[in-house]
Design a binder for this molecule. Structure first.
Ligand code: UDP
Ligand code: MG
Length: 325
């Protein structure tokens, strides 16, 4: 089964049409599908449309947030509820074309684990397109996974991927990078980018800035085997090592001068190196123990609390469906 997860913020004009298009393509291609709409604090009639769709079509279900928690939180909530073995993420504004679903599935059938969309001909204004190009280049350069369009919202992946790659915060954007780092096979399919028909874009420059911070985090995560706390310990170890080296050197020198009299006897207490070495040793010991502490905490606490709060759910057809929040 294919589970489609769709974040919704004030998309009342698009929802019914989107539903129709998804159902059409899945019916004509014999795709067993469920669609989970996550209403991310809409203030229009989006939720009542979702409830209505869910009532009439058992393939549809909905989760409603108490307020706007952001697209990332919406995707996380959706992923926590999926039952299919393939998961697809798609925007609600009809910019992503449900007619592309079969070509994503075809790539999965070829054996790929993550299939990213690639908006070959983007319809966005230049101030969105160019930062995005720079961004893609940087992601590729930092992570060794060269894709045309890391930010494309439409993607499909096997359910094993989010089971292994923890997707917290804004990490859903980097599924391809994180999955690639773990050895999953990643592919790209060109998609049509349709203009927004209704409503307006909910994003601006802020999202772009956040993207750069996320990029650093991803580098941090993949670069340290997904265990950033290793870095603390690593830095600690480095300084500890420096301190040990410095003190060993001074110790040997002291013995050579004052015990074995190989050199002219002289005190070593006034050397700057002594100060540096002692400081480095202490600093290193601190860093090491902090790193170990962090390691313990990370190892013993499970997943962090989800960053959203659910106020409503459509009745679930399948009562066995896990409803983890
Ligand atoms: N969205 C959301 N919460 C938000 C912002 C956006 O759920 O806080 C949804 C929105 O309804 C749409 C998708 O995320 O389905 C992408 O948003 P948008 O189309 O505004 O972004 P753009 O396509 O302009 O990058
Ligand atoms: Mg859009």
């Amino acid at each position: 089964m294919l589970s489609i997860v769709i974040p919704v913020l004030n998309e009342e004009e698009s929802l019914r049409e989107l539903h129709r298009q998804i159902v059409d393509v899945c019916q004509s291609n014999a795709i067993n599908v469920e669609v989970i709409f996550i209403d991310d604090g809409s203030t229009d009639t989006s939720w009542s449309i979702i409830s209505d769709l869910a009532e009439k079509d058992q393939r549809i279900s909905g989760i409603r947030f108490r307020r706007n928690f952001g697209k990332a939180a919406a995707l996380t909530a959706g992923m926590n509820a999926v039952r299919g073995n393939y998961i697809m993420m798609m925007d609600a504004d009809l910019q992503d074309d449900p007619a592309e679903i079969p070509s994503f599935l075809a790539k999965i059938d070829e054996g790929y684990d993550v299939v990213n969309g690639w908006k070959e001909r983007r319809l966005d204004p230049w101030h969105k397109v160019y930062p995005s190009k720079v961004f893609n280049w940087m992601v590729g350069a930092l992570n060794g996974l060269k894709l045309h369009d890391h930010n494309c919202g439409i993607k499909m992946f096997r359910v094993e991927v989010p089971r292994e790659v923890r997707l917290y915060g804004e990490m859903h954007r980097f599924i391809a990078v994180l999955a690639h780092a773990r050895g999953f096979k990643v592919a790209e399919v060109p998609v049509h980018h349709r203009p927004r028909q209704f409503g307006y874009s909910k994003y601006g420059v802020r999202r772009f800035l956040r993207g750069f911070l996320d990029l650093l985090t991803v580098k941090f995560l993949t670069g340290f085997g997904q265990r950033p706390q290793h870095m603390l310990g690593g830095i600690g170890l480095f300084f500890f090592g420096l301190g040990v080296l410095g003190l060993t050197y001074l110790g040997v020198l002291w013995i050579l001068m004052n015990t074995l009299h190989v050199f002219e006897p002289a005190p070593i207490g006034g050397r700057p190196l002594l100060l540096y070495s002692v400081a480095s040793l202490l600093l290193g010991a601190q860093g090491l123990s902090l790193g170990m502490l962090a390691e313990l905490i990370v190892a013993n606490t499970g997943r962090e609390r989800d960053t959203y709060s659910v106020s409503d759910r459509t009745p679930f057809v399948d009562q066995d469906r896990p409803t983890v929040d």
